[in-house]
Write a protein that binds this ligand. Sequence first.
Ligand SMILES: NC(=O)c1ccc[n+]([C@@H]2O[C@H](COP(=O)([O-])OP(=O)(O)OC[C@H]3O[C@@H](n4cnc5c(N)ncnc54)[C@H](OP(=O)(O)O)[C@@H]3O)[C@@H](O)[C@H]2O)c1
Length: 328
Amino acid sequence: MKAAIVTGSGGPEVLKVQDVPEPRASKGEVRVRVMATAVNRADVIQRKGGYPAPPGVPSNILGLEYAGVITDVGEDVSGFEPGDRVFGLVGGGSYAQFIVTHHRTIAKVPDNLSFEQAAACPEAFVTAYDAMVSQANLKSGEWVLIHAAGSGVGTAAVQICRALGARSVGTSRTKDKIDRAMELGLHRGIVIEKGDFSDEVKTIVGDQGVDVVLELIGGNYVVEDLECVANQGRIILVGLLAGAKAELSLQRILSKRVMIKGTTLRARPLEEKIVAAQLLSKQIAPLLENGELKPIIDKVFDLDDVVEAHRYVEQNDSFGKVVLNLED
Ligand SMILES: NC(=O)c1ccc[n+]([C@@H]2O[C@H](COP(=O)([O-])OP(=O)(O)OC[C@H]3O[C@@H](n4cnc5c(N)ncnc54)[C@H](OP(=O)(O)O)[C@@H]3O)[C@@H](O)[C@H]2O)c1
């Protein structure tokens, strides 16, 4: 099969499309012909040598999400059969024409979505829903601060807030992305120029601050988050694009009784990945099917152009997801 292989640590040029052996489905697994996948920041970090693949997934093939068709089912698989259109998350390996994955970690693709659209959903919507709702206990009527509102996860979060009746204020360093996020339901936007935003957030939502922060940027953004999060607010740390270190006021955390929680999907054990798949099939897919949530795709590249796709993501110009097409 054709796959994009990481041939060493470095820039996008270390990715080479090559022929490699096809995987086979073992007990409990299905084999999927991947029709589309998407580029994630974790792929970029792994390509640079900073995020090794967890045990049990191919170490030299990137890719954390997919949409495709089941070709084979292993022993003890129920609920799925060859020909089913499915999508989901994997620990790696989806920049390839075939993957094998546990049958309880997959979900059926809603009929109204193409494979490219479906491949744009799992990481963005599951990450945003899991972080804001499952972990930060977001409720209707609450205010959420969504950083990088034009990112893949950010555009998903904005739509989930609208669907749940929560109010969102988003940030971006790019005004155009704020304007486009407002079309998706973002209530208010802040264009960040020098890294500060807490005063503007309080002007928008009131001095009490936001109930939840979806922190996709990390670094010194968390210092500012603490200034504009409400008493007993929840900061959910999902991404570290601005760095993995910050000097935080413990006094602020203590006196405001703030909860700061980190999260990652990839490192979870199988049981928790099954929970994430149920979130995709039971909470998110119905909203994709009725149009309340929409996949937001910035660009689609062929797998053969994976180097260009990685370059494009690293330019920070994309709004929504960058998808890789693997159809013949
Ligand atoms: N924990 C998990 O399981 C998990 C899962 C998925 C994603 N993530 C994380 O979530 C974050 C978003 O992922 P994504 O795929 O949605 O991202 P994305 O679509 O690639 O967009 C990221 C955006 O963040 C902004 N940005 C980049 N570097 C920045 C910096 N140094 N300071 C401020 N803004 C910066 C850029 O937009 P503007 O500059 O135009 O605003 C960029 O377009 C990433 O950190 C990713 O690693 C975590």
